[in-house]
Design a protein around this ligand. Structure first.
Ligand code: RI2
Length: 321
């Protein structure tokens, strides 16, 4: 190949996965990470590069396509970083098999991490407890699933989570697990917090100061939970730790389409107001009781020690090299 890789050097399957992440067909921080890593694997398997330098350049181009889909969940760049870290070889075939191994290892570790996290989170839940959930988090569900497997009987208030109603997925999954589910509109959360033993939320990113970046509405829920004296914990694998925040970067909050909030016809009937649709918000550490990871439970303010251990002093962007 001569020159820089073009769009054509990125295999079709990578574009499909990127489109699905952008449209939220593939969504949830851990699921996005898994899909992005696997897409790099497909890029490697299907690359027609004839020399190692072209192969690497195409892999970087594919990573950029995946990286530029959604800005907030750090699990996506962390997944890409993981795959790039171990890519070694002096021939295209060696590089190809090294990417394959790296992707397999990453996806395996993701599964193991979620199971380990589930066991830590389940320790907090007692037989007969009621939880409240926000959005749909596979890390949160892992905690509930493990508790149910341990024989604990649980009830849940599930917030529908406007505008995309991911609470419906949570309700469905919890019902399948045998949890007694009550679906509520987001604004009813405070009304029911006095019946709740634990608020459980996931995360798209955790900042170095322990702030939790999660689905819009998490911060209001956390403030209400603190006011009511209801413990609120965040279930987040360490892949959600945002290494860029160690060096002062902030986490980009994704703004999504107005059409997720209101259809154009209804908007026009009410005078076409400006519509804002932030997908995430930031909950300061003082409103969060604990962060549950596969490496144990951390007070939010001390998560920085874990972040330094796992990521060093900051983050690199190997796909830009
Ligand atoms: P898991 C989701 O974001 C939610 O904010 C959820 O709490 C978070 O990802 C973590 O999900 P979105 O993709 O990794 O629905 O725990 O915007 O599955």
């Amino acid at each position: 190949m001569n020159g820089a890789p073009t769009e054509d050097d990125v295999v079709e399957a990578v574009h499909v996965v990127a489109d699905d992440i952008g449209s939220m067909e593939i969504r949830g921080a851990a699921t996005i990470a898994d899909a992005a890593a696997r897409a790099l694997g497909v890029q490697a398997a299907e690359s027609e590069a004839e020399d190692p330098a072209s192969f690497r350049a195409q892999l970087r181009a594919a990573a950029r396509v995946l990286h530029d889909t959604r800005p907030t969940a750090v699990s996506l760049p962390n997944a890409l970083r993981y795959v790039f870290r171990d890519v070694e070889g002096t021939t295209v075939e060696e590089l190809r098999s090294s990417v394959r191994e790296s992707v397999a290892e990453f996806c395996d570790r993701l599964d193991t991490a979620q199971n380990d996290l589930g066991r830590v989170g389940a320790n907090r839940l007692r037989d007969g407890d009621t939880v409240m959930t926000h959005c749909h988090s596979t890390d949160v569900l892992a905690c509930v699933e493990t508790a149910v497997e341990q024989g604990k009987s649980l009830s849940a208030y599930v917030k529908e989570t406007r505008p995309r109603n991911q609470g419906h997925i949570t309700a469905d999954t919890l019902e399948d697990l045998g949890v007694d589910v009550t679906l509520i509109v987001d604004s009813a959360a405070r009304r029911y917090l006095h019946d709740v033993d634990h608020v459980l939320v996931g995360a798209d990113s955790i900042a170095a100061d322990g702030s939790v970046i999660n689905k819009i509405g998490t911060s209001g829920l956390a403030v209400n939970a603190r006011d009511r004296g209801t413990p609120i914990v965040c279930a987040a694998q360490t892949i959600k730790l945002h290494p860029g925040t160690l060096t002062g970067h902030t986490v980009d909050i994704e703004m999504r389409a107005e059409s997720e909030v209101i259809d154009p016809e209804t908007a026009s009937e009410i005078g076409d107001p400006t519509v804002l649709n932030p997908a995430f918000d930031v909950t300061p550490p003082r409103y969060v009781d604990a962060i549950i990871t596969e490496r144990g439970q951390y007070p939010p303010e001390s998560v920085v020690t874990l972040m330094r251990k796992l990521f060093g002093e900051g983050s690199d962007h190997p796909w830009e090299a």
